[in-house]
Structures are given as C-alpha cells and as structure tokens.
Design a protein around this ligand. Sequence first.
Ligand code: GLA
Length: 757
Amino acid sequence: MPSCVTWVKPPVESATFTSTHFPTGTMIHFDPTTNTFNLVLATSLYAFRADDEGRLLHMAWAPRPVGAPTDLVLGGPGFDSLPRADELPLTRRFELNTFCDSVQQEVALKVTFRDSPIPIRDVRLRYAGHEIVTDAQPGLAPTHGQPTAVSTPRETLRVRLADPAQPLEVTLCYRLTPEHDIIERWVEIANTGAQPIEVEALAFATLHFPNGTTELTSAAGWWTREFTATRERLPMGIRSIEQRSLQTGHYANPFFLLNRPGQAWEETGVVYFGALAYSGAWRIVFEQLFTLDVRCQVGYNPFDFGLTLMPGERHITPAVVIGVCAEGWGGASRRLHAFALERVLPRPADGPAFRPVLYNSWEATYFNLSLEGQIALARKAATIGVELFCVDDGWFGGRRHDRAGLGDWFVSPEVFPEGLEPLIAEVHRLGMQFGLWVEPEMVNPDSELYRAHPDWVLHFPGRPRTEWRFQLMLDFGRREVVEHIYGVLHSLLSRYAIDFLKWDMNRYATEPGSVVGRAIWQAHTAGVYEIMDRLRRAFPHLQIESCASGGGRIDLGILARTDQVWTSDNTDAYDRIRIQEGYSLAYPARAMMAWVTHAVNHQTGMTSPLSLRFDVAMRGSLGIGADLNQLDEAELAEYAQYIAFYKRIRPVVQGGRLYRLQRLEEYGASVIEYVSPDRREAVYSVAVMSYQQGWVRPPAPLCGLDPDAMYSVTDRRGVEVYRAAGLELMTAGIPGDAFGGAAYSRTLYLRQIREPD
Ligand code: GLA
C-alpha cells in the first residue's frame, strides 16, 4: 500500500446488532469483532467486511440455507489469502472499485483532484463508519408524494468511506426489501475540500458474482423490435450493455439476469438479477477476470460523462435494484414484478385499482383529427366497454403532420374550434376518462416556440442541428426551459379535465450541446422526472403513460412516476408475443400497455385473427387501437365480449404472479400463466407464433396453484372446458392445445371451486 494511505480504525459503535436471529426485526447485522456486515433477506444474504486496512471487501451474495443454525457469514482475515499476493490488487473484491484500486480493470469511481502539480486521479476508500436509517432515498427518487401499494418503512445501511489523503467522502447505501430478496444500491459522493473535484466515472454499485456466473440474459432491439431477449456466454474480459442517450433507449434495456450456464432454467437454479431506476445514459459492464470471477459496474454511462463537484457539494446517484434467488429466471422476474408493483408504481389512495381499458385513436385517424370524428369513435369505444379514451398526436398548434407544431401546446382552433371542452364533456358523459398525447421534450423548427427561442434546443453553436423526425430536442439543462414546459402542461391540465397523459419522446440526441455541458446526460432525465413529479403533485388524479417511439423509455425510474408504458409501436400480435415475453423478464404486466389493432397490421402488413390479437393483448393492460368505424355490429359485439372477459381476468393479470410455462425460444409458442397471490384464481394463456407441420405440442404443466384445491377452467364465454385438482394441473397440464396450428391461441380463466360434499 502507498504510505500516504493510512486507516484509523473507527471506534466500535454501540448501536450494533449481535443477535443471529434478529429479535429486533432488523435484517442488517454488523459484527464489530470482524467488521463484517450481513444483509439478511427472505431467502438470500449479502455480506461484506472492512479488512484490517479499512478496505471494504465483498464476501458473499447468494441464496441462504434457510433454517441453518446461524444466518450469518462471520468473516475473517482468511478471505484475503490468494495463491499470489502480487495479484491481489487485480482480484480484490472491493464493494466499490475505484481508479487505482486497480487501473487494469473497469472501475465504479474515477475522479481528478486538480490542486496538485500532477493532478491526482488516485482514490482509495477506507471504512469511516456506518449507520442504519429508515428514511433514506436514492437520487432521483420521486418527489410527487404519492404512495406506493406498500409503503412500510425500509431499513437502509449507509456505509461511510473516506479517502484518508483526499477530501472525498463516499457513502455506499443498501436499502432492503427483504420479502423480495431485493437490495437497492446507490452511492453518495461528497467533496469535503476547498477545490472542485471532477468526477469522470460514477457507477451506482460494483457487483461481484461467484466465478463461472457467465450466462447473461438481457434485452436488445430497436424501434418496433424492442425487448428481444438474448441469452449469451460472457466472454473473458468485458461485455457491456449500455445506452448513450437521453432516454432509456431501444437498443438495450437496463436490466440483466445472470446465472451459471446450464445451472438455471425457467423455474430452477440460482439467478442473479439487476435493474436500473434511471432513464438517462446508462451502462452495465460485466468483466470476467482471469480468476473466472465475474464483476459488474452498473450506473452512469462513462461515455462523455462529466460531473464537477464543487466544495461542499454532494451527489446522490439513482439506485440499481439487485437480487438473487434459487427459483430460476421466473423467480427473478417475479421478484422484480412484485417490487415494481408494491414499491415503484405510484398508487394514489383513490386511484383505479386496475389499469383501465384504453382506446387510442392514433391508428384510426393519424393526423386527420376532428371533433366529430373523435366523438364518433368515443361513442363506439364506450359501447364496447372502453374506460379511457385517448386522443393522440395532432390536436395542437400547427401539428397537421409531423413536420410542424411540436412545442406549441395549445389546442388547434383548426381541429377543435370550440377547444377540447365538447370532446372531453362527451367522453366523460359516456362514462370514460379522457387522455391526451404530448411530447414535451421536443420542438419542430416549424413552431412558434422554436421561432421565439432558437437557443433553447440542444446544439453546439455554429454546428449543425440534426433533425430526426423533423424535430430537435429542448435543452432541459436550462431552468427556463423546464419551467416553461411545466407551465404549459400545468395550464393545459388546469384548463381541461384531463385524466391521462401519454408522454411521448421520439428521437435520440445527436448534438448534446447544453448550457450545463456534459451534465446534460443526467440533467435531462432529472428535468423530465421533475416535471412529471410536479404535475402528479398538482393533479393527484393524473395518470401518465411513458412512451418513447414505443418502448424507448421503460425502466424502474420512469415507472416510479408513471402508471403504464407503451411497450412498442409494433402492434402485430405475432411480434408482440416475443416483445412482451422480453418485457416480462423485468417488468410487470400491469404497466404493459397492449393494443388490439387492425386485422392487417399497419406496421408489418401481417394478417392475424381477432382471437390472437386479443389473447396476446390481454396478457397486459388492454388497449384498443383499431378503427372502430371499420367494424360492423357483429365485430363490435365480439370486441365487447372480449373486453368483458378481460375485465373478469384483469385482477389476476395485473396483480398476479407470472409463470412462463413454455418460452417462445424453445417451443415457437408462448404459454404463460398468472396466479393470484391467494392462488384462488389463475389465467392460462397460449399463443403460437410459428408452427411446423407434424409438431405435437404436449400440454404445459401449470405452476403456483394449490395442489389440494379443485379448479374450474372456463373460456371467455364462461363455458367450463375442464375441471381438475391443482395437483393434476401442475403435473399434467390442461389438455386441448396439443395440435395448435399457426395463429392458434386461447385464454382460459381458472377459479378454485368447492366440490359438493
Ligand atoms: C410515436 C408513438 C406513437 C404515436 C406517434 C404519434 O411514434 O410511439 O404511439 O403516438 O408517436 O406521432
């Protein structure tokens, strides 16, 4: 160790917990004799310790043997012994890797202190104390004040680290949701000196996985092809998934599942998982070392990153949500879903218990809007059972096409001469809620806003301003821009009785020039979150959908201030089977907006039957996007019957536990099941994407039911098609799908019944 780094062992704190069985209820344990921390969760544990020099070193993260005589990893010096001591700097498992812990590998933190003849980039963090608190919040936590479904306080362990030779303090935070085996990790970094500190890389956490944990499941894609699940072996060295963007992005989504190859499957095996609560430029970088250890730095994308910490300033990063379970990829997904449902999605006390059935008129009318046309659609939507009617793009300013008008958020007198009042009044009279599309971060050069404020867009002076879909991005680094956008949206919501906003975002950054410099990569997301939070606070009944050219902004950060997300502009039922399966790896069905659109799909030109379109869309939060004027009475009646059925199964779909019984990649068909938490109800859904002649598909055994209970299985008409005990359903499955051909699909509802004595 360099001589400048010394560590003074802090005094043993009095408020430490010593009981292995936690009579106080705490799940956080500190052993002052070995300086070992244990985070004990329902079925897993996480342990690390400060070594004799105060370095915070990772020890364990694994499912724990429940019922063992002790719940704790005791720690001890033996953990440092490796065959070759000179390799230690490369292999030591720091809880947060800093530049100069090792310069050969990826790091979580890199800073420059300029107040020395040779600017210092060497950071060594040493343990300086810790506390356990119940009210800690990560950076960019929602400020709208609305509760989540479960709001009981959670314990957070804050471990303070300091560089003994530099004015830098770093606090590692661990907030526990033990019932779901989840830890939220984030970092606080403070400049305690008199000179600015330049932060060049900052992750929210360093993660360590047991060696050989090299099978990565993640999602990649693009517009209309979001959430393509990929499964691969991590190479030796580096594999990163990332987005260099001002939104979460389509290329990749910020979550991962990781396991030892061949040792995990859908419902079995140890699987690690993680997901970011952040919608800006992010990176998750895995590194497989020569020891076969796997580590990961997860947080801000270091590409073009720059954060200057002024004297006395503190920066708090958003959180990464992590966990491990022994129930396979399905177990990991269910934990993430439960966490999002209970702890992330806002749930105002008097808000709807379930997501309403939505109608969106975009694919029916595109930019060809009129009061009469929208009212005609609204009347038909109401008759088939729609609960929320949303007008999409084209209602404002000069927006008669996509080349003009963005930025001018006032109702177009050309389209709605009497304002929106007559339409909203009619929608409300019909018993539906009213929703409106906005794209607040954007401006068309052909707009009043741009003509008034050409400097308000991201640009580098004197350099090109690249348009994408004829639009430029506003500079949310400018306070006046954030205030202006908040102001116009606030006026809109004050004037009109709007229940729902579809908040869109339809381009990537090209020239990220901002008045805040490189900080725009964070400032943009902070601005979006701030406006959404302030609007939710001002209008507590407002619901928001996150859309970014389809599924370009879906993550646990945006979900904390929205009610649902638009999964993809691709509404083709065949493609949706795959897109939704990828989405389901990390995110809950409740938030997944899924529309039934036209028989001949507008994006792909593929034809699919109504049954497949409904069976696929009913796996999430149901919406209708078809032109209802093209449907005859019989078809409208069929829509109505499906929607009524959906309302019956909706509590199970939107609040149940998901089991992927047969995955698309294995069978060319996707069979999924949602089970209500009390196991009294379930929904069984089959959708076949491709079918080879001669294929015989055995029934898929169900999961998660009560083996002793008897279940009645009914179709959408309420006709009982099967009746069996849970045990039989969980071993033999439901017969009848064996010879399903192309476009085959069905949705069944299972309900526990009492057999007559
Ligand atoms: C984006 C959205 C669509 C629709 C259009 C309107 O593409 O993803 O759903 O709202 O914009 O221009």
